[in-house]
Design a protein around this ligand. Sequence first.
Ligand code: DGY
Length: 351
Amino acid sequence: MIMERKPLVVVPGLVRRDVIAYLQEHVDVRQWTEKTKMPREVLKEWLREADGLWSINSISVDADLVKDAPNLKVIAQASVGYDNVKIDDLTAAGIPYGNTPGVLNETVAELAFTLIAAASRRIIENAAFVKNGRWAERPSNIKGFDLSRRTLGIIGMGAIGVSISRRARAFGMTVVYHNRHQRNDDQLYRTTYMELDELLATSDVVCIMAPLTDETYHMCDAEFFKKMKKTALFVNVGRGAIVDTDALIDALKNGEIDYAALDVTDPEPLPADHPLLEIDNCLIVPHIGSYTDRTRYDMSMLTANNLIAGVNKKPLTTCVNEQINYKKPEMDVESALAELKKAGVDVTDFD
Ligand code: DGY
């Protein structure tokens, strides 16, 4: 008897064990488990045989990576952002790409708002005095500021931006935003669209939620920071390279803005001797926007399910290049009615 081989999925780094176990119920997994980054040439070699790739954001996914991978039917990654992926290259190669929108919205919004709240009240600096037994020595100039009656300006108002805006309104803030195009639901979310310069001049907190693209690369440069209020807080939960890091350091040092709170930096990780780490008025966390147990599980399972679907040429649940996503097989009317009956739907009117 000829045993049909299971499709092969390459995983070039660490993924939580429970999800790998789930993936292995459906496919063969070849995983790079070394602590060092998988060399690109080795990855390309492994991909020659592979049906699917679980990509990670430190890998450039492009035409070169997939050119000698004739069986590759799907690539998926456990993140909503895909700035490491050349989608057009994959589309040209006929490979659907799955990301993880939706499941992380509330979690990333919680982190963004946690940064805003922690920075506004200088939580880290104040807590450090208590922790170090220096409660009474705390200088009076680390007072912080109110969020109520202040304006939050969100640049890149997608689903996560909307979730942040709900939290901001609960704190009594006014929310304005800038996108390439004005949204059509401003009334619903009680948000106001502004041109970029007006947003920068108006906002007490400027929060970057945009994706990294050719257009947004280094959008926050020296000019950008000069247009902000001197008292403003700058928050980045989008991507590090949207910000010109040298310009941010200058703006913080020269008092052009008051404070920065960053979940993402350029580069990542920041080397221990990076000048950004010497800046006092800057709070940095290590890209933990979606990093809660539940959400990382949901993102990993969505990625696993996109891969399982793709290797079987079935539609990915969340596909960026939807135009080449696999289609649901067409059903004839008889089979469709049978399916509905099986699901308990009364189909007498259709018979
Ligand atoms: C993403 O999914 O792109 C986020 O950066 C995760 O935190």
